[in-house]
Design a protein around this ligand. Structure first.
Ligand code: ASP
Ligand code: MG
Length: 406
């Protein structure tokens, strides 16, 4: 007997037919004698529709009420799933975040889970009951409903798996695993059997959309074994595991990309102590996340150019904040460009091998692709390039690092 968390994403519960198919998988796990907690997302498209409704209702809606509205999709799915399971002869009940409870902080719209009380659920397991948990939602100290940020049901599932000390956390989705890169763009992309937490974390934060970044952080911290697999096919998925569980480590495991980037250049910024702090301080205050940053050394002029990236959604606000302080900051002009993409090669193998970045630059140069900004970490090299080269770059890099399927 094992304890298992099974999470079903929006496309896997998009209609009753699919809910029934998911329920059949749940039933099979329960009949193997396992204790099963299921975490469900809202049916496909429902959360988007709710978000739109809130936006249409008011420009700056109260985030506590936003959470009340957008968390509702999961309530529907969990009830439906429990009903379908019962009709198949499986004992099951639904659990809202507040009923468990899943306690979070009060950062409405992107709350963090602080604690999950599982004693009640464990008691029901012993009675043979399957728990069907509404993902994405929790409750704060004031007793208000919170949500965990878009894609947050992944985090609900991993957090629950950690709290329950579950053997596995299976994330059922519409792809059959984690790929070396986006298979819609690179036909020769390969499914990975295993990937390390660290690589998955980089993949997720660099644009791969399979798992919410926070869920991977949490899995890494609590050593939750995640399996990403398809709810439509019966094939083994990708295991996200500790590094020591991977025998043969490739130099580069995956290539991620994000189109959600915009580039800003401040021209002729004074090259003095404190200037970067003065520029990025107000952006941080406005909750604008800055990603890549490059600043040159000024030659003779005591002025330099400063380039950085923000998400496309924040571009307008960033420009407004900086333009409003142009005089104080002393830059000559501001250029912005949203026609960019960030491409990242990721692999824990590069910690112990030189030349990975060089290989990337060569592959891009051979295709006439200009690199605008570069940033690196221990296990990642990212470049910013013009968006129209996304496909060419991904395919070229995939081949260059020997990732192509045979
Ligand atoms: N339904 C929520 C969303 O679309 C949470 C989730 O599905 O993970 O973001
Ligand atoms: Mg998702």
């Amino acid at each position: 007997m094992a304890r298992i968390v099974m999470k079903f994403g929006g496309t896997s519960v998009a209609d009753l037919d699919r809910i029934r198919r998911a329920a059949a998988r749940i039933k099979a796990e329960a009949e193997r004698g396992n204790e099963v907690a299921v975490v469900v997302s809202a049916m496909a498209g429902v959360t988007n529709a709710m978000v739109q409704l809130v936006r249409d209702a008011a420009n700056l809606a109260d985030l506590r009420e936003y959470d009340v509205v957008v968390s509702s999709g999961e309530q529907v799915t969990s009830g439906l799933m429990a009903i379908v399971l019962q009709s198949m002869g499986v004992q099951a009940r639904s659990w809202m975040g507040w009923q468990i409870p899943i306690r979070t902080d009060d950062a409405h719209g992107s709350s963090r889970i602080e604690e999950i009380e599982v004693a009640d659920m464990e008691r029901r397991f012993r009675e043979g009951q399957v728990a069907v948990v509404a993902g994405f939602q929790g409750i704060d100290k004031q007793g208000r409903i919170t949500t965990l940020g878009r894609g947050g049901s992944d985090t609900s599932a991993v957090a629950l798996a950690a709290a329950l000390n579950a053997e596995r956390c299976d994330i059922y989705t519409d792809v059959d695993g984690v790929y070396t890169t986006d298979p819609r763009i690179v036909a020769k992309a390969r499914k990975l059997n295993r990937i390390t937490y660290e690589e998955m974390l980089e993949m997720a934060s660099q644009g791969a959309k399979v798992l919410q970044t926070r869920s991977v952080e949490m899995a890494m911290k609590h050593h939750v074994r995640i399996q990403v697999l398809s709810s439509f096919e019966d094939s083994p998925g990708t295991l996200v595991v500790d590094e020591d569980e991977i025998v043969e480590q490739a130099l580069v495991s995956g290539i991620a990309y994000s189109r959600d980037e915009a580039k800003i250049t401040l021209l002729r910024v004074p090259d003095q102590p404190g200037v970067a702090a003065k520029i990025f301080g107000p952006l941080a205050d406005a909750a604008i996340n800055v990603d890549m940053i490059v600043q040159n050394v000024s030659a003779e002029t005591e002025r330099t150019d400063l380039t950085f990236t923000v998400s496309k959604a924040d571009l307008e606000r960033t420009v407004a904040v900086l333009r409003g302080r142009q005089e104080e900051l002393g830059f000559a002009d501001l250029l912005s460009d949203h026609n960019v993409v960030k491409v990242s090669v990721i692999g824990v193998g590069m910690r112990s091998h030189a030349g990975v970045a060089q290989q990337m630059f060569t592959a891009l140069a051979e295709r006439g692709i200009n690199i605008q900004v570069i940033s690196t970490s221990e296990i990642k090299v990212s470049v910013l390039i013009a968006e129209e080269y996304t496909e060419l770059a991904l395919r070229g890099l995939h081949t260059a690092y020997g990732l192509d399927a045979a």
